[in-house]
Design a protein around this ligand. Sequence first.
Ligand SMILES: [Ca+2]
Ligand SMILES: [Ca+2]
Ligand SMILES: [Ca+2]
Ligand SMILES: [Ca+2]
Length: 483
Amino acid sequence: MHFIHAQDVSYLARLHPGVTLNDLSERGVQAKYAYNVDPVKQPFLSSFIYINTSKTSFLDDLKALGVLLYWEHPRTQQLYFEPSDPSFSVQWHLDKIMAPDAWDTAQGDSSFVVAVVDSGVDYMHDDLKDNLAYNYDDPINGLDDDNDGYIDNYYGWDFGSNDHDPMVDGTNFLAHGSSICGVAAASTNNAIGAASPAFNCRYLPVKITNSVGYLIDTNAGILYGAQMGAQVINCSFGSLEYSQAEADVIHYVIDSMDVLVVASAGNEGLNTDVFPAALDNVIGVCALDSNDQKTPTSNYGENFDIAAPGASIYSPYVQNQYGSNSGTSVAAAIVSGSAILLRSHFSTDNAAQIKARLLNSTDDIYPFNQDYQNLLGTGRLNLASALAFDLQTNDTESAKNPDISVFPNPSSGQFYLTFQSHVGMEYQLYVFDVLGKLYYRENFFATEENVYKVLSIKDIDRGYYTIQMIGPQCKMNTGIMIY
Ligand SMILES: [Ca+2]
Ligand SMILES: [Ca+2]
Ligand SMILES: [Ca+2]
Ligand SMILES: [Ca+2]
């Protein structure tokens, strides 16, 4: 038997397919599901469990026996907050990303929601109370009226304190969540305070910190946002350590639930991967100042995707106050707020297509960032350009549109792609079916100018597919018939 001891630690692990919690309890193992899902309907998500133990050798044994696929040590994760002096150049970032131009065309819709997985939020703030995505199906009465497993999740959820109320608690440091919600989705055009790129779109607060600021369960928070129907999830936190479970959960919400995930590159000032920002299908965001130069503390690297304003960004704070914050946290929130506006306007686009709009319509910042060539993503967010971007013709001013060709066509599932590339640059390859559903995805680095790539997709259904290749300042489309 395996007993619980005072020094037990709760380890996140993934069950081998076919193994159940019952099998574990028969072995005397103390475990529980990590996420609030139906184990019959959602076998993938219910494969994540927490095991209490004081001995990691015990977990290694379970892995060796084929009971566990993997288990993980708790990581050091942090909110990417960086307090800064108040700025007089109030909300310079909205002009920089040309948000007012974009708002001429699109002002968002209350059914589009960006989930903010962060510290708690002061949702009583005058500039935050009207833009919260209230869950009217579960009023606060002690009952789970909407039967989603969360009692009274009217405002959101608090995974840090495991209660229904995501209201900010603890120290002022935890005002982070209020600022991030406000930067992404403060009430706009309401004659008070600050504006936000999301305009009429909503935010959903998902609290994952406890009252002393420790991050409790970011995966559960991400999953909750997706389950509640958020089309964009903002992760202004990260870790220098990779987590397979985090990657698995995020790939699931992107691929199976069509969610766009945005994350900050972190504030260490390093050329480094940070997770989740550096995961291949997450939009990783670096921070710029008002001159489009990388802020001194923003991390950078080839696995980040885009840069956005992240210095002295004015937004709601707690208790009806306002303040200015800097860091990749706020840069990510600006991208998330922009992304939800785009999703509301292009409501038939999937997450990958919105990502393509954002990444292919950026302004070139590399003349001002000589030391960081191609390490700050495709350039600086331009919301007006993203809104005007034509996915069919790849029509942006600076876009280069080299040809991509595919053969044989029709194909059985193995085919060859050829295209002109920039050597050393990262390319994202997507295959969509006719409904726009992502079928296949791969990231790779071009090692030569004339790329000749073999693609073999097993068990692909017959039909017509769109192949999309996204690279630095370019996007290429072609089609293929699979028989
Ligand atoms: Ca509920
Ligand atoms: Ca209720
Ligand atoms: Ca709470
Ligand atoms: Ca406002």
